[in-house]
Design a protein around this ligand. Structure first.
Ligand SMILES: Cc1cc2nc3c(=O)[nH]c(=O)nc-3n(C[C@H](O)[C@H](O)[C@H](O)COP(=O)(O)OP(=O)(O)OC[C@H]3O[C@@H](n4cnc5c(N)ncnc54)[C@H](O)[C@@H]3O)c2cc1C
Length: 460
């Protein structure tokens, strides 16, 4: 006897939700996605896709503006057509959302455009309808955190979701928060021609990241003319006639034309019926899940930013897929956060995978570490840049690659070689014996691996 077709209801159509829907449909389930803002979610419409599109333009600006060094005569500094730039970004995001909608429709997934909530066991309510399901996935994402005293007005005091409604480039942009989002936007707007002040409450920018990489980026920012205020916690942001004033906790103030707030995210779970359903959340309101995306309530799974596990689109999508494989009876491995490859899209980019320098320095992981600057790489010289490095971590006993950090233009592409080596448990020797193109930046990955083969009694 065959079991009846499983019914899946998904709240939220971002990467956590729509990727799960595709997997569930592929496995023959009857799938309904309830989404309030458009498929692709904040990832596609306001966060990841728009920011990376903006950064493509800022990278092009950097290239054009240093073209004289490459022997190209130009008529002076290139400038940005802000209206055209923002129009391109929003068009691109909407097109991506449409592509996802078409793909999901092709798999016969039912989409309800509405706000939805849990409404009793195995039930989701949306648009006046009750959807019965054998399993429910919550993937409702997160919202920008708002600081009391620094409420965004959408004109001068902004979250990153409001940037693309501007009609001009901020002349003097103050970015509050020096985590990944703050660093990416500060870097991009500086390249686009804004004067940028980055307000960081910590000693250095990107406090959670590899220290060598973060120091290098901070140095690049300062050399490019950015004002980086370390150990400066913003207390309030006020709009005044000329623009904005950011008051710091120590009494100093900074003025600019616009202020961008990048101070983290809060889960978007209000009105989802979590309390009534008994779904446990942590102290910050994020839904508690295990490594196969189960919540505290049987039959209710959660994925993506609303779980606060690791706020990346790739992780959201994997959590969503794992939930579906699990509930639909497929063999599934639990989420492996130690294998997630991630990139900070500054210029140069910072890409990481596997063990961190911090864990090695703290003695939590035993690893040989080799850092090779890009300055000697022939391709880097040809392209005219010198900021960057390749860092590899290998197991001292076996030589197996445990992870790496790459700081380079397009490090997001280069890190794959290290990810594959790590995933396949390749040794430094095996990586070193792999052909890299000459000349190429990836040649530095194999060169670093070669150096790790050299025997030195005290390590490299
Ligand atoms: C500026 C920025 C840049 C980023 N860049 C990257 C990057 O380069 N790479 C990367 O991997 N990650 C990046 N991220 C992170 C990435 O965007 C998120 O991790 C990803 O969006 C999480 O996906 P999600 O499905 O959990 O949520 P979301 O993408 O937020 O989607 C949630 C969806 O649920 C809907 N929804 C919410 N509540 C309800 C409800 N009650 N009923 C119905 N629908 C509801 C929302 O409307 C939305 O459509 C970036 C984030 C930011 C802020």
């Amino acid at each position: 006897m065959t079991l009846p077709r499983q019914r899946i209801a998904i709240l939220g159509g971002g990467p956590g939700g729509y990727e799960a829907a595709l997997v569930a449909a592929q496995l023959g389930a009857d799938v309904t996605v309830v989404d309030s803002d458009g498929l692709g979610g904040a990832c596609v419409l306001t966060d990841c896709v728009p920011s990376k599109s903006l950064i493509e333009t800022s990278n092009a600006m950097t290239l054009v503006n240093r073209s004289t060094g490459l022997g190209i005569a130009t008529g002076g500094l290139a400038t940005v057509n802000a209206a055209r730039l923002y129009e391109r970004i929003t068009d691109l995001a909407r097109a991506q959302s449409r592509d996802i909608t078409a793909r999901v429709a092709a798999e016969n997934v039912r989409v309800i455009a509405a706000h939805g909530r849990l409404a009793g066991p195995g039930t989701v309510r949306a648009a006046g309808e009750e959807i019965k399901a054998d399993a429910i996935l919550i993937a409702t994402g997160a919202l920008p955190r708002v600081l009391p005293g620094a409420e965004p007005d959408g004109e001068r005091i902004l979250t990153w979701r409001q940037l693309y409604d501007l009609t001009e480039l901020p002349r003097d942009l103050i970015v509050v928060g020096s985590g990944v989002t703050g660093a990416e936007f500060a870097c991009a707007y500086q390249a686009l021609g804004s004067r940028v002040t980055l307000v960081s409450s910590r000693d250095r920018v990107l406090p959670q990241e590899d220290e060598d990489a973060a120091s290098l980026i901070e140095d690049v920012f300062r050399r490019g003319g950015m004002t980086v205020l370390g150990r400066s916690r913003a207390q309030a942001v006020r709009r005044d006639s000329g623009g904005v004033t950011v008051t710091l906790e120590d009494g100093r103030s900074v003025t600019g034309s616009h202020c961008l707030l990048t101070v983290g995210m809060v889960p978007r779970t209000g009105g989802c019926g979590l309390d009534e359903a008994g779904v446990k959340v942590d102290a910050n309101g994020f839904i508690e899940v295990d490594r196969v995306s189960r919540t505290s309530v049987p039959g209710v799974y959660a994925a993506g930013d609303c779980t606060g596990v690791l706020m990346l689109a790739s992780v959201a999508a994997m959590q969503g897929r794992i939930a579906m494989w699990h509930t639909l009876g497929e063999a599934v491995g639990p989420l492996r956060l130690g294998h997630v490859a991630a990139t900070i899209f500054t210029d140069p980019e910072i890409a990481t995978v596997g063990v961190s320098q911090r864990a090695v320095t703290a003695g939590e992981v035993s690893a040989r570490v080799l850092k090779l600057p890009l300055a000697t790489n022939p391709r880097a010289k040809m392209a005219g840049f010198r900021d960057g490095f390749v860092k590899l971590f290998t197991s001292p006993g076996t030589g197996v690659v445990l992870g790496g950090v790459i700081v380079a233009p397009r490090a997001s592409e280069l890190i794959l070689a290290v990810s594959v080596a790590m995933e396949q448990r390749l040794t430094a020797e095996e990586l070193a014996h792999t052909f890299a193109v000459y000349p190429s930046l990836s040649g530095s990955v194999t060169e670093a691996a070669r150096k790790l083969m050299e025997f030195t009694p005290d390590g490299p």
